[in-house]
Design a protein around this ligand. Structure first.
Ligand code: UP5
Ligand code: MG
Length: 197
């Protein structure tokens, strides 16, 4: 059991909106543990785990991996971490993802609530997101125009409702995700600074 109550941040936004880039800065400045759901899934593919082939096909199609798989990976990382401040990057992407995660939280530590403390939304125009993803050269199987279009459609249809849900609950902090990385971080910084002490 953890000694401190977890502080959970969900980091949401479309493909290439800058979630991973800004998470690195948040880690450096505020000492969070960074858990990228996409990175955890790609690690499963690389490790040739039983679910690897299914995950690879899902990512190539820009679709959403079954919640059970993703939630288990996130939960394991949280349990292994000695940090209590978590940035969960790129998750939850669907209402079903959200509900599955909320279900594990009480199991994991009985005294905590089922809600994240903060939800960041990196709001970025589509044409900028497409440009960034196509410029990235990391060999990701989903960084091609065809898959990007599918990722954008899934984001609009399935992920925006999750973002709206947190907006209604007063948890959402929307960042205008255009400009330089540093300019964007200056919008992010005060959000976490307000929770220090
Ligand atoms: N860049 C960053 N900031 C910039 C700026 N201000 N100006 C100019 N360039 C900037 O940034 C993208 C690129 O832009 C980089 O080259 C960066 O240098 C540059 P990045 O920080 O990587 O953006 P990010 O939002 O993290 O983009 P990413 O492509 O990782 O987002 P996705 O949400 O699409 O990808 P993720 O890895 O989260 O998921 C991939 C797939 O996994 C999903 O499509 C889905 O199939 C699957 N998945 C699930 O099924 N379930 C999950 O829970 C999670 C993922
Ligand atoms: Mg990312």
């Amino acid at each position: 059991p953890k000694e401190k109550t977890p502080f959970i941040t969900f980091v949401l936004g479309g493909p290439g909106s800058g979630k991973g880039t800004q998470c690195i800065k948040i880690v450096e400045t505020f000492g969070f543990a960074h858990l990228s759901a996409g990175d955890l899934l790609r690690r499963e593919i690389a490790s040739k785990s039983a679910d690897g082939a299914m995950i690879l096909n899902t990512i190539k199609e820009g679709k959403i991996v079954p919640s059970q798989v993703t939630v288990q990976l996130i939960q394991k990382e949280m349990e292994l971490s000695d940090n209590h401040k978590f940035l969960i990057d790129g998750f939850p992407r669907t209402e079903e993802n959200r509900v599955s995660f909320e279900r594990i939280l009480p199991e994991w530590q009985s005294q905590i609530g089922v809600e994240p403390n903060v939800v960041l939304f990196f709001d970025c125009p589509e044409e900028e997101m497409v440009k960034r993803v196509l410029n990235r050269n990391e060999g990701r199987v989903d960084d091609n125009l065809e898959t990007i279009k599918k990722r954008l459609t899934v984001f609009q249809a399935l992920s925006l409702p999750v973002i709206n849900y947190y907006s209604e609950r007063g948890k959402l902090y929307t960042i205008k995700a255009i400009g330089t990385e540093d300019e964007i971080f200056e919008q992010v910084r005060p959000i976490f600074a307000a929770f220090e002490n």
